[in-house]
Design a protein around this ligand. Structure first.
Ligand code: HEC
Ligand code: HEC
Length: 532
């Protein structure tokens, strides 16, 4: 890489560089919209070409030979600012990220494996790629971060150089010093990575050449918030031009509350929906993906200040073929009456619902895309999965006589202390039930209400009284960590960290079922990059 203009080169060497960028920033830009084919390259030429040579028209050294997720581009451009001093006005920065994500993004099939990282799902196990890569690359950040980029071998090699150049202690840390890290990173790995995650791919070529879908219209929504329950409703999505959308949501919780909200979103790479929503004053972020055929939008939303606190989201076009996208709750007990909500496009038009196993069903309420149905389940209803026929569509409902087993999910969780400007990272646990069928298999019954308690995970945790100091467990299974920092009440004024067993107990008649998970309450996270 070299600096293209002598003025930029001179500035880049000294502290005057910031001034150079300030001058560049003062250059007025008539159009920053990226739907204008020429605007993107023009912005890159203005703000980046001082260091990234334009090798041929619109092709910039390093920049044009990598593909990344929108968050990946945000991180890179942030590093250009943070490490290399590039000052970019917000509007131009956003337009550059948009342009790069649109023209050098990932196809839906390429981002699929690492989506959990973009969605910031808490307590998900990282991708397991192969044992060498897991140790070489997956020890400081997720393998998902690696999986969300595409480069050829030469670019993967340059990334190894960037790592050692910027974090030279890398080779002296555990998993760095006990192997020839640099040798492996510069010999075997670039080729292996280029095979796994190549710059050129048929999936990307096909995705780039397909026409864009317009997501405007009416959608049926179904989702769940771990620990809190399911919700459903409708969304009205409106294009506001240039891949931007405005949405209004009208949602209902299964227990009858109504929640309304609005969102404004940008669609990156033709399918990556990134929204900022507001529900009764609560700010949330949306990381959704539209399906390749443009008929579904799925992903996760989360609290703007607590990425771990959020829920699943599925939107299906309201005029799609009849289908059941959610049955809530997913299980009912024989010998009881129950109300279930069935969600899906055109369901509210049907006149009757039929369930097997002698279950009587009557529709008690219709709302757009949803039916509330009252079920009378006979005592002798056969345990198992039963078909729920709703007009031309069908779903499934589990019937059980008793709960035979529960588990706690996640089975291993991490919570982080808060304090000062750092919000604590909570951990939500859920108990899930299973019934044993005649063939010996376990049928999942979904989440169950449980009584929760926290206990020391082992003798040492009992000795240091971790359950007392590390935080509190709320009645719905959410662990809220304590404040960080030295605590004079603890041995050696220790931090409020803890090693805990989280236990769920579910009563079923006169039996009590119990299950445990492991929770580590650890120190604050000081850096929260968009992709861990
Ligand atoms: C002041 C010089 C400078 C400017 C201006 C600059 N960069 Fe960089 N860029 C660098 C350096 C140095 C590296 C190599 C080290 C690194 O990756 O941090 C780099 C590396 C990169 C890479 C490769 C990183 C990777 O993923 O391995 C990309 C992509 C990139 N820059 C994008 C941009 C974009 C986009 C802009 C304009 C918004 C920009 N750069 C402006 C100095 C600059
Ligand atoms: C010592 C810890 C460490 C190890 C080991 C490590 N990384 Fe990183 N990596 C980082 C840090 C820190 C960043 C953040 C860079 C930034 O400022 O954006 C990063 C960033 C990245 C990025 C995003 C860079 C961008 O600009 O798009 C990728 C991709 C990546 N690493 C891949 C790898 C690969 C591949 C390996 C194994 C060869 C590896 N990492 C090993 C610490 C590490």
């Amino acid at each position: 890489m070299r600096c293209a203009s002598s003025r930029a080169a001179a500035f880049a060497r000294g502290s005057l560089f910031a001034m150079c960028v300030a001058l560049l920033a003062a250059v007025p830009h008539a159009a920053v919209a990226t739907s204008d084919e020429a605007a993107g390259p023009a912005l890159v030429r203005t703000y980046c070409a001082g260091c990234h040579r334009e090798t041929s028209r619109g092709q910039f050294d390093r920049i044009s030979s990598i593909r990344k997720s929108p968050e990946g581009w945000v991180m890179t451009v942030f590093r250009m600012h943070n490490v290399h001093g590039v000052a970019l006005p917000e509007r131009e920065r956003d337009a550059i990220v948009r342009h790069l994500a649109d023209t050098q993004g990932l196809a839906p099939s390429e981002s699929a494996a690492g989506r959990f990282a973009l969605e910031r799902r808490p307590n998900v196990r990282d991708l397991v790629v192969d044992s060498e890569l897991d140790r070489m690359c997956g020890r400081c950040h997720t393998n998902a971060r690696v999986s969300l980029q595409r480069r050829d071998a030469a670019e993967w090699l340059k990334l190894a150089h960037t790592h050692v150049g910027q974090w030279p202690s890398l080779e002296y840390q555990a998993s760095g010093r006990d192997r020839p890290w640099w040798h492996i990173a510069t010999t075997r790995l670039p080729g292996a990575l280029a095979t796994l995650y190549p710059f050129a791919s048929p999936a990307w070529s096909a995705w780039r050449s397909r026409p864009a879908h317009d997501l405007s219209g009416r959608w049926i929504i179904a989702g769940r918030v771990p620990g809190r329950g399911a919700y459903y409703g409708t969304a009205q999505i409106r294009s506001t031009g240039d891949g931007a959308y405005a949405a209004t949501y009208s949602l209902h919780t299964v227990d009858g509350r109504t929640i309304v909200g609005t969102s404004s979103a940008l669609l990156y790479t033709g399918y990556e929906w990134r929204g900022r929503a507001s529900f009764d004053g609560r700010d949330t972020r949306e990381v959704f993906a539209a399906s390749e055929d443009g008929t579904r939008i799925a992903g996760r939303w989360f609290d703007a200040d607590h990425a771990e606190d959020g829920g699943d989201w599925l939107a299906v076009r309201a005029d799609a073929a009849p289908q059941v996208v959610a049955v809530e709750p997913q299980a009912v007990r024989a010998g009881t009456t129950a109300t279930v909500v069935l969600v899906g496009p055109t369901l509210d038009d049907v006149s009757s619902v039929e369930v097997g196993a002698g279950i009587a069903a009557s529709i008690v309420e219709r709302s757009p895309g949803a039916l509330r149905v009252r079920l009378v389940i006979p005592k002798d209803a056969a345990p198992g999965r039963h078909r729920v026929a709703v007009g031309a569509a069908s779903g499934a409902l589990a019937v059980y006589r008793q709960i035979d087993r529960i588990d706690v999910t996640p089975d291993f969780g991490i919570a982080r202390l808060g304090g000062g400007r750092i919000a604590p990272v909570t951990a939500q646990f859920e108990a899930r039930g299973f019934t044993r069928l005649a063939d010996g298999s376990d049928l999942a019954l979904g989440p169950l209400d449980a009584e929760w308690s926290a206990a020391p995970f082992d003798d040492e945790a009992a000795r240091t009284r971790d359950a007392l100091f590390a935080g509190r467990l709320e009645p719905d299974g959410r662990f809220v960590p304590a404040v960080g920092g030295p605590n004079p009440a603890r041995e050696f004024s220790g931090n409020n960290v803890g090693n805990l067993a989280i236990e769920a107990r579910v009563r079923d008649g006169d039996r009590v079922l119990a299950a445990r998970a492991h929770l580590v309450v650890t120190v604050q996270r000081w850096n929260t990059p968009p992709i861990y």
